[in-house]
Write a protein that binds this ligand. Structure first.
Ligand code: ADP
Ligand code: MG
Length: 399
């Protein structure tokens, strides 16, 4: 029988980190620096970040840690404990000279590109180090293990260099750049932003244009967010992501605006009626424009503690992603449908880029087990469940 996964505490993760470090670096002293970066779940505002729109994510209690110490050389040696790649045990370890770091995302092992990217995008010269990586964020599940790895690495480097980045937005941008240039993923700013800035007990309403944000307190309530990891990942995910970005650009060109953030539904409808925009581009733009509105409204209703309205907006968001933006898939649709029919569920939607990954469901605490058992008995795949509360952002620790 499926059950809710209890997240390993950060303390336990760090304790495992010390053991793992001692095993891989037996001749080194104990680690004395630590960087922590959380994963995230986006509550609403999907595919809006690269359209200069709004998003409403929260940082998760699941984190990646980078634990280690400087080694008085220009050599970096990093070992990750996460081994759910289709690679050999060997490839959990990477060793490289700092000056040799180049934006070549064909480098192997693949995960090391995220680490190298952050080194290359760091604000100052860095020193060699030995480090281990451990994580409680599921990899490739849409909860942004990649941003949590970047932000944890950046925070670790801040600790070993003693060179802390004052402007936190710069820190998020450097991590985003690392993912662009070294991992070859043209992601928006949301994941790195929330992983850096997350505030315990709050979601953040982020304006992806100005990069201003507003903490939205999640008042103590009878409701919780349940994450369901579909544990599937369709291959077309990255090509479709690229295509959606182009389609949004095409729409803003046709609408003569800098980004869909500045477009209105009236002007879009007019263009469509005049036959100046085809049905596909029309639907893509309709999703983005309506989703930006929904996200702002969702932050407002959340501030008032109106969870019922919030759930309705989540449902509308999913339907728009499914029908207009077409980035859902049968598995995510089924998870959402199953959750929605359980009494006590206020809303359910896919979260993240789509074509797999996770759903997020707003549900009365007393009904969580009913959702889990309904999905477990009717969904064909192997889902994983997590209940999550909004957690804090990156941490830089000198031990
Ligand atoms: P997501 O960010 O949704 O989890 P991505 O495909 O963007 O999915 O990022 C997953 C990739 O990030 C992994 O395949 C791996 O290369 C890298 N990664 C994330 N966390 C770790 C980790 N703890 N150790 C090694 N690599 C990691
Ligand atoms: Mg990612």
């Amino acid at each position: 029988k499926m059950s809710i996964i209890k997240t390993e505490t950060t303390e336990a993760l760090i304790e495992r980190g010390f053991e793992f470090f001692a095993k891989h670096f037996p001749n080194s002293e104990k680690p004395d620096k630590l960087g922590i970066g959380p994963g995230r779940v986006n509550l609403i505002g999907e595919h809006t970040d690269y359209n200069d729109g709004f998003v409403l994510p929260m940082a998760l209690p699941m984190v990646t840690i980078v634990l280690g110490r400087a080694n008085d050389s220009d050599n970096c040696c990093v070992v990750t404990a996460c081994n759910d790649f289709d690679e050999t045990e060997d490839s959990n370890k990477t060793e490289f000279k700092i000056p040799s770091v180049k934006p070549l995302y064909v480098g192997t092992p693949k995960w090391a590109n995220y680490v190298k990217g952050v080194i290359a995008c760091f604000q100052s010269i860095i020193v060699g180090f030995d480090a281990v990586i451990l994580s409680s964020v599921p990899l490739g599940g849409g909860l942004s293990s990649s941003a949590s790895l970047e932000v944890a690495t950046y925070s670790f480097i801040e600790a070993i260099t003693g060179n802390k980045t004052i402007q936190l937005v710069q820190k998020a941008k450097a991590c985003q750049n690392a993912e662009h240039m070294f991992a070859g993923v043209p992601c928006g700013i949301m994941d790195q932003f929330i992983s850096v800035m997350g505030i315990e007990g709050h979601a953040l309403l982020i304006d992806c244009k100005s990069l201003q944000y507003e903490p939205v307190p999640m008042t103590e309530s009878n409701y919780v967010f349940l994450i369901t990891n579909s544990n599937i990942h369709h291959e077309l995910s990255s090509s479709q992501y690229q295509l959606r970005r182009y389609q949004c650009e095409e729409a803003s060109d046709l609408l003569n605006v800098q980004s869909l953030r500045s477009a209105t539904m009236e002007s879009l409808n007019k263009l469509h009626l005049n036959g100046k925009i085809n049905d596909i581009i029309y639907k893509r733009a309709r999703h983005v424009i309506s989703e930006i509105e929904r996200t702002k409204t969702a932050a407002d209703v959340l501030k008032r503690g109106d969870y019922k309205s919030f759930g309705e907006l989540m449902n509308a968001s999913h339907n728009s992603l499914r029908d207009d933006f077409e980035v859902s898939c049968p598995e995510l649709d089924q998870l959402v449908e199953l959750a929605r029919k359980v009494p006590g569920v206020l809303g359910s939607r896919m979260t993240g880029g789509g074509f797999g990954g996770c759903t997020v469901t707003l549900v009365d605490r007393t009904a969580v087990n009913a959702v889990v058992s309904t999905i477990s008995s009717e969904y064909k795949g192997c889902p994983k469940f997590y209940t999550v509360s909004p957690s804090c952002g990156a941490k830089i620790v000198k031990l």
